[in-house]
Design a protein around this ligand. Structure first.
Ligand code: GMT
Length: 385
C-alpha cells in the first residue's frame, strides 16, 4: 500500500471534553508520524500545548452582525474548511462529533468539488464520540440532519462497539461504521517517581488518594463521587482530588461542606497536565450514567490507577470487572464504596490490579496500536473517493 504522508484537516470542540482530547491527541500522533495536520476550529485545542512543525492551527472567526441573533458558526467553519483544503491541498477532513462538524464538512466537500476551476474531491471522515448520538442526536430537531451528515460521510468511525450498535439502532443508518477505539499514549501517561510530589502535597500523612476527572456535567453523577468517598474515608484514611469543572461543581462543593469533608477533598478545577497528576492517585471514581467509552478511566489505567466505574455504555469494553477495575450498576454507591474500600485496604491486591490496568492500556489501547487503524482507514476512504 501507498504509505506517503497525508494532509489531514481535523475539526473538534477545542474545549474540555473527551472528543476534543481524542481529536487533539490523534493530530499530535499523526504529526509525529510525518503527516501534515491542520486543526480547524474556533480556538486552539486545549491539549495542543507544544508546537510541532507538522501541526497548523486555523482559527474560525464568526462575524457577529446585529442581524445575527445566532452567529452561523457552522457556515464560517465550512468556509474555513474549504479554504484551508484548497490552500494547503488537504487530502481529507476528519471531524470529531457529528453536530455540527459533519454538516460543515459536507458543505466544504460540496464547495471544493464544484467551485470555479476545481474538480478535486475532498472526502470527510466523521468520528462519533457519544453524546452526539446518545443525547444531542436524538433531539428531534437535530436527528434528521445528524443522520443525513453521517450517511453522507465518506467514512464513519465510532469509539466503541456500544456506540456503533447504538447509532445503527437509533438512526437506522446503512453505512459501515468502523470501530476504532480511543487510545492513550502510554509513554506520556505512566507512573514514575517524578510526579509523586503531588501525592505528598495532597496526602501528607500517607492517606490513599482517590481521584475524579470530568467536565462535571449531570451525566457524570458528581454527587455520587462525594457519596462514595464519604463512605470510603470512614473506613480508610483517604483524600479525594476532584479535577475539572462544570455545572455540578458548586453542588459538589456544597455537599463537601455539609458532610464536613473540607479537609479531605480538594477541587483543583481545570488542569492542563493531567498526565502528571493522575499517577499520584490510587483509585479513580467514574460513576457516570453513561459513557460511550470513558477516556478518563483509560488514562487512569495507563497511570496504574484502578478505576471503579459504572457498567454503562462502552465502559465494560474498557474495564474487566475484578481484573483491572470494578464495575457496578449506575447509582449503586454502596457497591462502588465497598469495592473501593476493599482494594484500598489491600496493598498487594491494589498493586496487582494497578499493574493489570496498565497492562490493558498498553496491550489494547496504546496509541501505537490505534493510530495505524486511523491511517489505514483514511487510505481506504481515499481509495474509494
Ligand atoms: O462525556 C462528555 O461529556 C464529553 C464527551 C465528548 O464528546 O467530548 O465524551 C464522549 O466522548 C469521549 C471520547 O471519545 C468518551 O470517552 C466519552 O465516554 C463520551 N461521553 C459519553 O458518551 C457521555
Amino acid at each position: 500500500t501507498n504509505k506517503k504522508p497525508m494532509k489531514i484537516g481535523i475539526t473538534c470542540y477545542p474545549t474540555y471534553g473527551g472528543s476534543g482530547v481524542v481529536a487533539t491527541e490523534l493530530g499530535i500522533e499523526l504529526a509525529q508520524r510525518g503527516h501534515q495536520v491542520h486543526f480547524i476550529s474556533y480556538s486552539q485545542p486545549i491539549r495542543l500545548t507544544e508546537p510541532h512543525p507538522n501541526i497548523h492551527f486555523h482559527e474560525v472567526e464568526v462575524s457577529r452582525y446585529p442581524l445575527f441573533e445566532y452567529p452561523p458558526y457552522d457556515l464560517a467553519l465550512a468556509t474555513r474548511m474549504a479554504e484551508v483544503a484548497e490552500i494547503y491541498n488537504l487530502d481529507l477532513l476528519h471531524v470529531h462529533y457529528a453536530i455540527p462538524h459533519s454538516v460543515s464538512a459536507l458543505l466544504a466537500r460540496e464547495m471544493t468539488a464544484f467551485g470555479p476551476g476545481r474538480k478535486r474531491h475532498l472526502p470527510f471522515v466523521t468520528t462519533l464520540h457519544g453524546t452526539d448520538i446518545t443525547l444531542v442526536g436524538l433531539d428531534p430537531s437535530y436527528l434528521p440532519i445528524t443522520r443525513f451528515s453521517i450517511e453522507k460521510s465518506d467514512g464513519v468511525t465510532s469509539i466503541s462497539n456500544y456506540l456503533r450498535e447504538k447509532t445503527l439502532q437509533a438512526f437506522g443508518i446503512k453505512n459501515e461504521i468502523r470501530v476504532i477505539p480511543n487510545f492513550v499514549n502510554c509513554d506520556i501517561y505512566h507512573r514514575d517517581g517524578k510526579t509523586q510530589h503531588y501525592r505528598k502535597e495532597w496526602a501528607p500523612n500517607g492517606e490513599r488518594v482517590v481521584v475524579h476527572l470530568s467536565n462535571f456535567r449531570p451525566v457524570k453523577r458528581v454527587p455520587d463521587v462525594i457519596e462514595i468517598f464519604e463512605r470510603i474515608q470512614q473506613r480508610v484514611p483517604a483524600k479525594l482530588v476532584m479535577i475539572g469543572d462544570g455545572p455540578d461543581r458548586s453542588r459538589a462543593e456544597w455537599m463537601v461542606v455539609e458532610k464536613k469533608l473540607q479537609d479531605r477533598v480538594l477541587f483543583l478545577g481545570k488542569q492542563d497536565d493531567v498526565h502528571e497528576k493522575l499517577p499520584a492517585a490510587d483509585l479513580m471514581l467514574m460513576p457516570s450514567t453513561l459513557e460511550s467509552f470513558g477516556l478518563a478511566a483509560l488514562e487512569a489505567m495507563a497511570c496504574e490507577v484502578v478505576p471503579v466505574a459504572t457498567k454503562a455504555g462502552g465502559v465494560p469494553e474498557v474495564i474487566d470487572h475484578g481484573v483491572d477495575g470494578y464495575l457496578a450498576d449506575v447509582g449503586d454507591i454502596d457497591t462502588m464504596a465497598m469495592y473501593s474500600i476493599d482494594i484500598l485496604s489491600d496493598d498487594e491486591k491494589l498493586h496487582e490490579m494497578a499493574k493489570m490496568a496498565r497492562f490493558k492500556a498498553q496491550s489494547t489501547y496504546c496509541a501505537s496500536k490505534i493510530i495505524p487503524m486511523y491511517e489505514d482507514f483514511y487510505r481506504e476512504v481515499l481509495e474509494r473517493a
